[in-house]
Write a protein that binds this ligand. Structure first.
Ligand SMILES: N[C@@H](CCC(=O)N[C@@H](CS)C(=O)NCC(=O)O)C(=O)O
Length: 224
């Protein structure tokens, strides 16, 4: 929830643009938990002292909660899950918990790295940096995505969520990377990847996701 709706955890400040899968992940986690978010810009020539204090390596997202600061989406999601335990987004049982973190890592490392080559070159470079798209890098990213998306199609559930029957950080993390990939023209083909496409639609239909998507549309107006 955004704005003046005060919950028990109070308001957190999240630095960074919602275009980033890692920033979106943190916003959705907060939304699921009813934690109010103040969204502020992250890195750049005019980076604030507050952002720099929260993010030692100038990466987004970073977070401030009172006098506590933290960087990295997984660290922030873990913090928020402990701060506001319901609904739990990291399963408590050992096997689903491990599996959920595995999906989170899949999203944040291999999937984001491959997809990032496409999105960075097709969107960030031309629109933000006024640089030319490197088509070779795009082709490499697209080629790397093929086996990853094939694997994910086998892992995606026919119904419900990725891990243990409950919506979790696994769903948020992977869906957030696919959402950013769509900005770069990488859209899951429902014909060849029906389970993945249906699962992504389920995630993106959630009211919490929709709330963040509405803020994202406003924040990115004029950029995309
Ligand atoms: N593992 C980090 C990754 C953060 C990250 O790489 N963010 C990118 C934006 S998507 C960034 O800040 N890039 C700017 C840079 O590398 O200087 C997380 O989950 O938060």
């Amino acid at each position: 929830m955004v704005g003046d709706v005060m919950m028990s955890a109070g308001t957190i400040t999240v630095f960074g643009a919602l275009f980033s899968p890692f920033v979106r992940k943190v916003h959705v986690v907060a939304e699921e938990k009813g934690i109010a978010v103040q969204a502020l810009p992250g890195n750049g020539p005019a980076a604030s002292a507050e952002f720099l204090a929260a993010s030692p390596f100038r990466k987004i997202p970073a977070m401030q909660h009172g006098d506590f600061t933290l960087a990295d989406s997984t660290a922030i999601a873990t913090y928020l899950d402990a701060l506001q335990p319901t609904p739990a987004l990291y399963p408590a049982e050992p096997k689903p918990r491990g599996r959920a973190v595995f999906f989170e890592e899949f999203a944040d490392t291999v999937l984001a790295a491959a997809g990032g080559k496409v999105v960075f070159n097709r969107v960030v470079k031309p629109r933000l940096m006024k640089m030319e798209c490197d088509e070779d890098a795009v082709s490499q990213g697209l080629a790397e995505l093929v086996p990853l998306m094939a694997w994910f199609e086998g892992a995606a559930p026919e119904t419900g969520w990725l891990v243990g029957g409950a919506f979790s950080i696994a769903d948020i993390s992977v869906a957030s990377v696919f959402t950013t990939l769509a900005y770069g023209g990488v859209v899951i083909d429902a014909g060849t990847h029906p389970r993945s496409a249906a699962w992504l639609a389920r995630v993106q239909e959630r009211p919490t996701w929709q709330a963040v998507a509405a803020r994202e549309a406003v924040a990115l107006k004029g950029f995309l």
